[in-house]
Every structure is written in structure tokens, then in C-alpha cells.
Design a protein around this ligand. Structure first.
Ligand SMILES: Nc1ncnc2c1ncn2[C@@H]1O[C@H](COP(=O)(O)OP(=O)(O)OP(=O)(O)O)[C@@H](O)[C@H]1O
Length: 257
């Protein structure tokens, strides 16, 4: 079972978009996929078309973390092939405070997954835009990390800080964790800036930088507004094609420990 966390403490870098679209494409390829939404904004939950009425019928990730509900009880199936979701909504924002004095608070999700009998090919975690307790739980439960980087607002200092946190989690709570890839999102093909950033990230991260990138594509944003993965919104648009290429890279990528 591959467990991949999408993380970047910067907001709006394409974490949810990548999680939704890569999850949908993996599912369509025949892999069994669970998407765990760890962001109180619930973008991934909504991105798979789940409505408040679907969410209220089941425990959410909040109940798994704070109320010790077994994670299997929080699984909701979506209308998209092979994709299930553990949902999140705004109440999850309280978890940071409510768990502040809990025992082993960074590894609650890791334990919940270990204790479950879930059988997925891929678990994808959408993490919030900060380096708090929810992010730590995601990094502790995953064994791989993908860092979506918005080239338009890129800052190397932010990536360096994130890599330090990932290394700290690896040393202290999860030796399995490794960076699978840096994914450039919202690339504007008309500017040289993207090319410069691509080559400076390639110098630092070498093979870890995905060969494929995601360009700015209006269909991706439209699909998200319609609460659908772009693959199911427009099969032939550039956004779908690029996310398919990236998903193939993820499937083929040999883990670098
Ligand atoms: N390639 C793209 N082309 C056009 N719009 C995009 C693209 N990728 C993401 N977006 C849009 O950018 C916005 C932010 O994306 P997204 O929600 O995936 O970022 P995030 O990193 O998950 O954000 P947050 O940090 O707030 O959780 C969304 O409105 C999304 O539709």
C-alpha cells in the first residue's frame, strides 16, 4: 500500500487539486484509492462531489483523530471509479487545540491506519497549508511525500523549511518517510520565470523533480467549481493530459529512501 501525502505550508499551491485529480486518475487506472482529507477547508471532500448530507451520515477525519472512531467507519464511497474518501469539514480546525495535550498526538492517524484492515493500493493525504499537528499526523501516517509548488509564488526558503520538517518527522516518528517528488503547478508557459525555477529546483532536487508539470488550465479550476475531477469534466483538456502523465510518473517512480 503506497501512502502519499501532498504537502506545502504555503496556501494555494495545488495540494487539493493534485490530490483530487491524481486520485481520480489512479482509480480510473484500476487502483483502489482512499483520499484522506486533512484540511479543514474540505476542498478534497467537495472536489469529489460529496455533499454536506453525505458527510453528516458518517464520521469524518475529525472523529478519527479526536473521538478515536475506527477509520473504516469514516470511509465514504464516491461516484468516481475506485475512489473512497475520508471527509473533512471546518470542525477539523478545532482538532489542533483539542489534541494539544493528547498522548502521542502526532501519530493518531498512523495508529488508526495500522490498526485498520483497509486494503487500498494508494492512500492519498491532502494536508493543510501549515506545519501544525494535522500536517504532522499526515506525514507520520504516510510513507511518501509529494510537494506541489506554485511556480508563480515560489520561494526556495519555504521549500527548505518544509524539507527540514520532513526530515525531522523521518528521524523522530516515521523512518519510512521519503520525498517522492516535487511537482510544479500553475506553470505559465509564456514566461521564462517558470523555466528558471524548473532548472534551479532540478539543481537542488535532481530526479525528485517530476519531469512533467501542470500548466495553468482554466478547465482545472472549472472542474473544481463543478466539484468534479478534471478527468471526468473534460477528458481531453491539457489539465487532464498533464495530470495523467504525472500519475504515470508516480506509478512508475521507484521510491527513493
Ligand atoms: N493548474 C491549474 N490551473 C488553474 N487553476 C488551478 C490549477 N491548479 C490549481 N488551481 C486553482 O488554484 C486554487 C488553489 O488550488 P488548491 O486548492 O489545489 O491549492 P491548495 O494548495 O490545496 O490550497 P490550500 O493551501 O488553501 O489548501 C484553486 O482554486 C484551484 O482550482
Amino acid at each position: 500500500m503506497r501512502k502519499i501525502a501532498f504537502t506545502n505550508q504555503k496556501g494555494g499551491t495545488g495540494k487539493s487539486t493534485s490530490c483530487i485529480n491524481i486520485g481520480a486518475i489512479l482509480g480510473n487506472m484500476g487502483y483502489k484509492v482512499l483520499v484522506i482529507d486533512l484540511d479543514p477547508q474540505g476542498n478534497c471532500t467537495q472536489g469529489f462531489g460529496l455533499k454536506e448530507s453525505d458527510i453528516q451520515l458518517k464520521p469524518s477525519i475529525y472523529d478519527v483523530l479526536v473521538n478515536e472512531k475506527p477509520i473504516e467507519e469514516a470511509i465514504i464511497s464516491t461516484e468516481y471509479k475506485n475512489v473512497d474518501v475520508v471527509s473533512s469539514y471546518i470542525v477539523l480546525a478545532n482538532a489542533e487545540l483539542e489534541l494539544a495535550s493528547a498522548m502521542s498526538r502526532e501519530t493518531i492517524l498512523q495508529q488508526a491506519i495500522i490498526e485498520s484492515s483497509m486494503d487500498y493500493d494508494y492512500i492519498l493525504f491532502d494536508l493543510p497549508p501549515n506545519l501544525g499537528l494535522l500536517t504532522l499526523n499526515g506525514l507520520a501516517a504516510a510513507n511518501e511525500v509529494i510537494i506541489p509548488v506554485d511556480v508563480g509564488v515560489f520561494a526556495i526558503s519555504g521549500i527548505n523549511q518544509l524539507v527540514k520538517v520532513i526530515n525531522m518527522v523521518k528521524r523522530k516518528i516515521n523512518q519510512q518517510l521519503s520525498i517522492t517528488g516535487i511537482l510544479l503547478t500553475k506553470v505559465d508557459g509564456r514566461t521564462n520565470l517558470s523555466k528558471e525555477i524548473h532548472s534551479s529546483l532540478a539543481d537542488i532536487f535532481g530526479d525528485k523533480l517530476f519531469k512533467n508539470v501542470v500548466h495553468i488550465n482554466v478547465k482545472i479550476a472549472e472542474a473544481q467549481k463543478e466539484q468534479k475531477p478534471v478527468f471526468y469534466y473534460d477528458k481531453d483538456c491539457r489539465g487532464t493530459i498533464e495530470y495523467k502523465l504525472i500519475t504515470e510518473e508516480i506509478v512508475d517512480r521507484v521510491k527513493v529512501i
